[in-house]
Design a protein around this ligand. Structure first.
Ligand code: C5P
Length: 301
């Protein structure tokens, strides 16, 4: 049996995040375009007598990550075990580089990573379709985190379909510090938008620009309906966006529910320049390329 398996699990960004009204189940209907970017958590699992979890920081504050059975990655392992009819225990270790509560699906991608890692560790060869449906039970973003690349999401975000994307995009991920609760940002969206909220639709123009691989066109079509509520809860983010734009960005916006902000650069040297300008202004930032594949095993099997 394999001693341990490590999976690289990428961060997600939303190139479009269209939000509709709250549904009867409390979730909001979404029309979103996801992209996975080259900023990774690492999930390692090994067979063990008892299930344990350690969370190791690699440059981000991990003090709010639960290490008990409420952790989504441990729940993913337990869900896969119960569906496979085994009671296997794992020693899990998560090395975190994706900001916690940063609007980049860090918890969801760890869960996707745990599904892929445990599937390999236990030799289950679960079909992609079954993994996606287990992912959807765990969280709205988990199916996307399994797929990676550039993907449309509808329903509450869990109904995924791959999108054509011939481009390479250089993102500066600005980390203003602190976190924002996703439910709180959706709540603020409800408060700000009032009674009549139209059903969101995926932007055909954005899909065409992605298919053509045109960074300039994509820059003009980025949109996030959670940006206004995130800015309402964290007005300081407006300064980060302004600094990104002043530093030569093609576009700047809040990532998902924030507070992480995204700055799109024309190319890699441009992204490095913008990151350095932000760093001199006291905003820590890193450079990541998209799209990249979803959660995948990186240890040799
Ligand atoms: O699906 P997930 O557990 O990741 O969602 C976290 C929270 O974000 C939900 O409990 C809900 O408050 C909010 N959410 C939402 N509509 C969505 C996705 C998430 O309101 N489509």
């Amino acid at each position: 049996m394999t001693a341990s398996v490590t999976v690289a699990a990428p961060a997600k960004i939303n190139l479009q995040l269209g939000v509709g009204a709250a549904r009867a189940d409390g979730y909001h209907s979404l029309a979103t375009v996801y992209q996975a970017i080259g900023l990774y958590d690492e999930v390692t699992v090994a067979c063990a007598e008892e299930t344990t979890l350690e969370v190791v920081s690699d440059g981000v504050d991990v003090s709010d990550v639960p290490t008990d059975s409420s952790n989504l990655a441990l729940r993913a392992a337990a869900l896969l075990a119960s569906r496979a009819g085994n009671d296997a225990r794992v020693a899990m270790s998560i090395r975190k580089r994706i900001p916690v509560a940063g609007g980049m699906a860090g918890g969801s991608t760890d869960a996707a990573g745990a599904l892929v890692a445990c599937d390999a560790l236990w030799g289950l060869q679960t079909s992609r379709e079954d993994l996606l449906s287990l992912g959807a039970e765990l969280g709205s973003d988990v199916p996307f985190c399994l797929l990676g690349g550039t993907v449309t999401g509808t329903g509450r975000g869990e109904v995924v379909a791959e999108a054509a994307d011939t481009g390479e995009y250089w993102w500066v991920v600005a980390l203003p510090g602190g976190g924002l609760s996703t439910p709180a940002v959706f709540g603020e969206f409800d408060r700000l938008s009032g009674a009549e909220v139209p059903e969101p639709e995926i932007s055909r123009a954005l899909l065409d620009a992605l298919s053509a691989g045109s960074t300039l066109e994509v820059a003009g079509l980025l949109s996030n309906d959670l940006e206004a509520p995130a800015l309402s809860l964290r007005p300081d983010l407006a300064d980060v966006l302004a600094q990104g734009r002043a530093a030569g960005a093609l576009a700047a916006m809040v990532s998902g529910s924030g507070p992480t902000c995204l700055v799109l650069a024309a190319d890699e040297p441009g992204a490095v320049r913008i990151r350095d300008v932000l760093a001199r202004a006291g905003v820590s930032a890193l450079v990541a390329r998209g799209p990249v594949p979803g959660a995948q095993v990186v240890t040799p099997l």
